[in-house]
Design a protein around this ligand. Structure first.
Ligand code: ASP
Length: 438
């Protein structure tokens, strides 16, 4: 049996947590390949090393030199190696890294050094080889992962090794230049290693005991989800349930490798398993989880007989394409079509430009924009088994006195998305939770 263990930032935060992680690895001979994040926060208000590295890059861009932020990074790593009592050449490596950061002048290279250094230290602590992800993770010119090449290089680098530590979050392009995944991307690195070695299990060690049925900041002490399908996870993590990077399932899903979310600080807790739909253990609940996000904008377009106008949607979509804007959802009716956009990704004036473009392209009867919309995803395979789920959902929302701005039900019956005003977000989540979980 092969297990791949990925440890997140809080598990790498200081010497003590790294020791804990090492003990977890060593307690099970099947735990063969270890993927690490950069040191995260040790306490509320602390810095994540990756954030300090992005700051370092800004300093280097302004002054040509590593400054205060890099000083903080170096201090973190020095205290970790001192705490662990390793004969690790921390000073030498940290000065070399500073020089490289100044020479490379690359944001991705700078940001990747947290994982690189944490990986080197963890490998030393476990007494096993370190694999630099530059050698194993390949990005194409367009920034997309070259999956096949990455799996082949990773498998090759790990072949015959009893154990090894691999740095998360980064890889390199065809010219050997470092590229990173998006934030939180070490989860993807872990999934890549699991896929490449044909692991039986991908353990993702973090600081919570798995997924909760909804955000504990909104509903105190929500139930834990024991089993999730890949599909449910994708819907929930895309909508803000951020235990795992939303792209981390792709490598393992194709190979049916289950993921197990575990808590480094409470290793005996059961955690949450994420499995293919075929291996899904139906827990009897109609709804598996609720997630959501605020700050969406909705463009609502109305035109009589749009259903019979050939090329109508294409002309609208080409406006989005022309402005380089992707949209999140597209609920539609017979004479209406809405586009839901993530407002945080829109530049000043973009909404107006899109609306004018749409008016010109399809001459609608009305176009309206609703700002400050929150989307709530109610997710669960159980919804398709139970008649009346949407009636219960909307009754609960109505009872809470909330006006629904938009509804989008995917054809899979796995997910119902409800749009409400930002101000009603928390109230709606609480009402839905009450209805399905209490
Ligand atoms: N260290 C990176 C971040 O903070 C990647 C990761 O931890 O997964 O985003």
């Amino acid at each position: 049996m092969i297990k791949v263990c990925k440890f997140g930032g809080t598990s790498m935060a200081d010497g003590m947590t790294m020791r804990r992680a090492a003990a977890i690895v060593e307690s099970d001979p099947d735990r063969r390949f270890v993927v690490v994040s950069a040191p995260g926060k040790r306490f509320g208000g602390d810095n994540k090393v990756t954030d300090l590295l992005y700051e370092t890059f800004r300093e280097v861009k302004d002054t040509g030199k590593c400054g205060e932020a890099y000083g903080k990074v170096a201090a973190r790593f020095r205290s970790i190696t001192a705490e662990l009592g390793l004969s690790f050449p921390a000073d030498e490596l940290l000065s070399k890294t500073a020089r490289q950061i100044e020479e490379e002048q690359s944001e991705d290279f700078t940001a990747s050094r947290g994982e690189y250094l944490a990986g080197r230290i963890m490998a030393e602590l476990l007494g096993v080889p370190f694999i630099d992800a530059c050698e194993t993770v390949r990005f194409r010119e367009n920034g997309m992962l070259d999956n096949e090449r990455t799996y082949a290089l990773t498998a090759e680098a790990l072949r015959g090794k009893r154990r090894a530590v691999v740095a998360g979050f980064y890889g390199a392009d065809g010219n050997g230049k470092v590229r990173t995944f998006s934030r939180g991307g070490s989860d993807i690195s872990g999934a890549i290693v699991a896929r490449a070695v044909g692991a039986d299990l991908y353990e993702n060690w973090t600081d919570v005991s798995g997924f909760l049925a909804c955000d504990p900041r909104i509903v105190p002490d929500p139930v834990r989800i024991r089993s999730l399908s890949y599909k449910e996870l994708r819907e929930l993590s895309y909508m803000g349930a951020n235990v795992l990077h939303s792209e981390a399932i792709f490598p393992v899903r194709e190979a049916d490798i289950p993921i197990l979310i575990k808590n480094t600080f409470r290793p005996d807790d059961e955690g949450t398993e994420i499995v293919p739909t075929s291996k899904y253990r139906f827990g009897g609940r109609t709804v598996t989880g609720i997630a959501g996000k605020k700050n969406f904008g909705v463009i609502f377009i109305e035109k009589s007989l749009m259903n019979s106008e050939i090329g109508f949607a294409r002309r609208i979509l080409s406006v989005f394409e022309q402005y380089g804007i992707s949209f999140e959802h597209m609920p539609s009716g017979i004479d209406t079509m809405s586009f839901v956009l993530d407002e945080s990704e829109l530049k000043e004036g973009m909404m107006d430009a899109l609306v004018s473009g749409i008016e010109e392209a399809v001459h609608p009867d009305h176009v309206r924009v609703f700002d400050d919309v929150a989307l709530i995803a109610v997710v669960g395979h159980g919804m398709s088994r139970n008649i009346g789920t949407s009636a219960r959902l909307f009754r609960a929302i109505a009872r809470a006195g909330v006006n629904v701005r938009m509804i989008d039900q995917g054809s899979s019956e796995l997910n119902i998305i409800v749009g409400v005003d930002n101000d009603n977000y928390e109230r709606t989540v609480r009402a839905v939770y009450e209805e399905f979980f209490r």
